[in-house]
Structures are given as structure tokens and as C-alpha cells.
Design a protein around this ligand. Sequence first.
Ligand code: AFD
Ligand code: MN
Ligand code: MN
Length: 398
Amino acid sequence: MKLPAHVDEQTFANRLERFRIETPSWGYGDTGTRFGKFLQDAAATTIEEKLADAAEVHRYTGCCPAVAVHVLWDFAPGIDLRSVGQSAEELGLCIGSINPNVFQDQCYKYGSVANRDPAIRRRAVRHILDSVEMGRQVGSTLLSLWFADGTNYPGQASIRQRKRWFQDALRQVHDALPNDMTMLVEYKPFEPAFYHTDIADWGMAYVFAKQAGPRAKVLVDTGHHLPGCNIEHIVAFLIDEGMLGGFHFNDRKYADDDLTMGSIDPYQLFRIFHEIVGAEVERGHDLDIAYMVDQSHNLKPKIEAMIQTVMSAQEHLAKALLVDHGALARAQEREDLVLAERILKDAYETDVRLLLAEWRQRRNLPADPLLAFRESGYAERVAKNRRARKPASTDRYA
Ligand code: AFD
Ligand code: MN
Ligand code: MN
């Protein structure tokens, strides 16, 4: 398939080649909503199984060598962390971001680093520092911090005091980071707190990251915005400030639905990639951003949904690479907003699937990773082995 005249074929192929996106260990295990879990026979249970499944996604897509780990969900007490790093390496993978967990233990009922009890604040910071050490042991250079901290009712706590406790904790964590580690501060407007969340939006995450230190950046989870929010505006602003650390990609119709990337609003996903590519064209080099998936496939088969997401990421990056930036700048100069919008839409409405299929085949990858995986029978094989090990169904109607 021919590229548009304004796109250099090698530049296009090389940028796709350099694109890497991290998949999350928790995307391969049984997850659910607060109303319960629907178990899948093929779902992974152990970190070894999650790595094996992540290796399948990487095998068919060729762009997902890193796997995010969730400290409490993946590292059982006493686990030999070096063996986890070795298992990943043997599978052609590496451990990506380290995700501490300061939101599940009973002691965090009224908060973690913003808990009124200094002993619980210290415990939360301790767990995060332990996670930094675990990350160092498995070769991770990324600490991804999400806090559920917040309150459910007006008057429940001092928002200003909690802010100050957060500043102290994040500065402590930053000061303990190994030189090669970056910490990402993630924001989310609500859930599980329903009156105020201590890091509720990009601005709060920005301030906390700035105050923590130079290796703290903002993590944009695309599902963590109130309806109508212009996410690409936030992305453009953070890029220009040098404060965009990375993404947790997913899609949502209403809130933090963790639906597969691009499944609800693909045009918004394109506009996000357009801001990234636009900045890279302007600067002449790739942005140093952590592209990470954060979705839990409550109904879709886990590995297929992850491959779908990765293909969607490649497709929307490819579309953004088709924008004619010269023509766009000229149209903008003339305030020709009809033509300017059309230049974006021309790129977005280009069907890049054949382009990507040809690009994959030139890299000895399957033209259609999803169909190739489906035909491999991997899911059926692991379902058979893993089903035998799962507890019998407790359904009354089973
Ligand atoms: C949940 C949170 C947040 C976090 C993720 C992994 O909303 O997105 O990054 O769990 O801990 O989705
Ligand atoms: Mn997230
Ligand atoms: Mn989330």
C-alpha cells in the first residue's frame, strides 16, 4: 500500500519500529468489578503464567517486551525476585513498571500516605520504598504510583492537611529513588473515594511531582477523566512542560471502565497520538514517554483483548504519523480551520491496517496478530491446564 506523498516511508516504518508498549500483569489474571468477578479458565494466576501470556502478546505483535507488575498481586511474600527477572528474560521480556499497592490492606481504610495515623502513613511509605527496592532487584526503572486516598463525605478530613502529608511522602519516595528510576504520579477524579480524591486531576499530580523532585513526572491514565475532558489538551500541556511521564491506556464510556484502548473513542486516541507525534516532529526526536496499558478485561478473553489493544495503539500511532504537518501549519497560519481539520481527518480516516500488515510481514510477524494468536490454540491449551487447578465453581446454578 502506498503512503501519502508527504510521508517518508522509512521514517514511518522506523517510528513504528521504535514504538514499545508495556502490558500489565493484572491484565492476564481474573479481575472484575466491585460487583464480582467472572472467572476465565485461561486466566493466569501466578506471575509465571502472566509472563507466559505476556510473552504470547509480544510474540505476535513484536512491540511489548515489558510487563508491569503489581507488588502485592504478583510478588508473594518470600518470592525470589531475581528468578522473576530471569523468567522474564528467558521469555524475551523484561519487568516494566513497579506498581506498589497501598489501597487494599485493611489499615488503609481511611487512607495510606494521607492517613491521620502517622504509623499508617509510615507503613505506606515503607511499602513504596520496599517496592522501589524490589524494582531495583528485577531491573525496573519505573515506579508507578496510584493512590486511592480520599474521603467520602464533606468534613471527614482536612483536605489541606492531607495535601501536605502527600507532599512529604512523595518527596521521601523521590529522595530514595535509585538514579536510574523515574516515579510517575497518577491521578484519578474519583473511585474508590467518592467525595474527594487527594490526587484528583493532572494539575494536582503536576504540583506533587514538581515538589517531589526532578525524576517525578505525571502519569495520564486515559480512563481517569470526567466526561467531556479534553485529554489531548492535558497531554500537549504536560509534553510542553516536560512533565508527561507516561500513559495508562484504556478506554471508557463513563469512568474508569478499563475497556480496551480505542474501543469507545478512537478519534480521541488519535488526537492524543497526534500531540505526541507533533511534538516529536517539532523536536526532531522521540519523546521519552512510558506507553503502558492499564485495562482489565472483565468479559473479553484476556490475551485477545491485550493483542487488540496493542494493535489499536499501533494503528493510532500510524494514523498520527500520516498527518501532513507542513500543510497543517500553513492552514493554521491562514486561519483556514476547515482545511486544518480536514488535514487531521485525512490522516485519521486512512485505513492503515494493510500498511501495518505489510510492515509486520517485513519484520517476520503475522500480518494479523489477533487471528494468528487465535489460530495458535494457546488459549485452549492453557485453559485446559489452568482449569484443572482452579477451585470448583461456587455457582448455585452451575
Ligand atoms: C486501577 C486504578 C489505577 C491503577 C491501576 C493499577 O484505577 O488506574 O493504575 O488500578 O494499580 O485501575
Ligand atoms: Mn492506571
Ligand atoms: Mn484505573
